[in-house]
Design a protein around this ligand. Structure first.
Ligand SMILES: Nc1ncnc2c1ncn2[C@@H]1O[C@H](COP(=O)(O)OP(=O)(O)O)[C@@H](O)[C@H]1O
Ligand SMILES: [Mg+2]
Length: 324
């Protein structure tokens, strides 16, 4: 192969300079805010139990509204415990997957088998799939299973379906002696209520909460996170995002959700870098808000506009409609 001069063909160096790639680099960073660290620790505790093969392993339920960071938590934790390819098997310390939107025992069993690389994942009855799951969990030396989007089970069924699935999960947990972490929207609590034995098993709960400015302490924490983000910005001057009077605007613009926070700031980076500005100011934030979060916003519903009327934007058609 011809050896091209590196500086001409190494896209990664030129890419770093474009506004979009600067925004993407920012988006890729993980923020270790207290709620996230607490959630990781809760999963760690559950995992530690799994290593001891207790007869009735204690499981964990992680709940949180959409965009609060559950899937990021799942992927981060799994990345820290990667698969290992041995000659005779794949060792999967942490098996993790998202449940399908219309879950049945059969299609969930199939997904779990696929995640363990079973070439015949689609074959067999629900019973035979369940038996293979139990066998493969042992063969792949799985220590922890994380199921995300667990609310799909709750959405589907009332009564009968819930019991069936709860019983099925309990059967796997007991037979494999592997703890499960279930993740999903707050209504996931309901499926556990439907089954007393499973409820007992999932007595450990962790709620991944959005940031808040309701109390002095929570507002201080939110400000600290904004300051951390501020330090990561690729501009020579300090941006306004963590300024004392801007913290509440940042809250109204994101409803405290990390998803929107990252979207807003990365759009701000893109705009400011495009215009070769030295920092992100309120004008940039106002435009970033309308581009990344609320396209139809008016001056009164743009938290960075002087005419903003201070309220949570949760009316019909607004970005946080449906959030508490
Ligand atoms: N700890 C974190 N650090 C940085 N960004 C995060 C973190 N958690 C979540 N995010 C951002 O928020 C977005 C949505 O998070 P996600 O984990 O998909 O939420 P959920 O699964 O609860 O709906 C992610 O794509 C990512 O940009
Ligand atoms: Mg998710």
């Amino acid at each position: 192969m011809t050896d091209f001069p590196k500086d001409l063909f190494d896209l990664s160096t030129t890419e770093l300079l474009t506004p979009i790639s600067q925004a993407v680099t920012f988006r890729r960073q993980l923020i270790h805010y207290p709620g996230f660290v607490g959630a990781i620790q809760a999963v760690e505790r559950c995992h530690a139990m799994g290593r001891h093969k207790l007869e009735e392993p204690d499981c964990l339920l992680v709940t949180g509204v959409s965009g609060c960071g559950k899937s990021t938590l799942r992927k981060t934790y799994a990345d820290r415990h990667p698969r290992v390819e041995l000659e005779d098997r794949t060792v999967i310390p942490v098996l993790h997957l998202e449940l399908p939107s219309q879950p049945t025992i059969k299609n969930v069993a199939e997904r779990i088998l696929m995640a363990m690389e079973d070439p015949f994942a689609a074959r067999g009855s629900a019973e035979s799939k369940t038996a293979r799951i139990i066998k493969l969990l042992a063969e792949c030396r799985v220590e922890l299973v994380i199921l995300d989007e667990f609310q799909h089970f709750v959405d589907r069924g009332r009564g009968v379906v819930d019991y069936k699935i709860a019983d099925w999960l309990k059967q796997i947990i007991n037979a494999a002696r592997v703890p499960f972490v279930l993740m999903g929207l707050p209504r996931c609590e309901r499926i556990l209520e439907a089954n007393e034995q499973l409820r007992r098993r999932f007595s450990a709960r962790f709620e991944l909460k959005p940031f808040s400015v309701r109390t002095k302490e929570s507002a201080r924490e939110f400000k600290r996170i904004l300051s951390t983000l501020n330090e990561e910005l690729p501009f020579p001057d300090r941006s306004v995002i963590a300024g004392a009077d801007v913290v509440s605007m940042m809250f109204y613009a994101t409803n405290g959700l990390i998803d929107y926070l990252i979207k807003l700031v990365s759009k701000g980076i893109e705009i400011a870098a495009n215009e070769e500005r030295n920092q992100i100011d309120l004008n940039v934030l106002a435009r970033a808000f309308s581009l990344a979060i609320f396209q139809q916003c008016s001056d009164e519903t743009n938290p960075f506009h002087p005419d903003f009327i201070r309220r949570v934007l949760n009316h019909q058609g607004e970005p946080f409609h449906g959030y508490a």
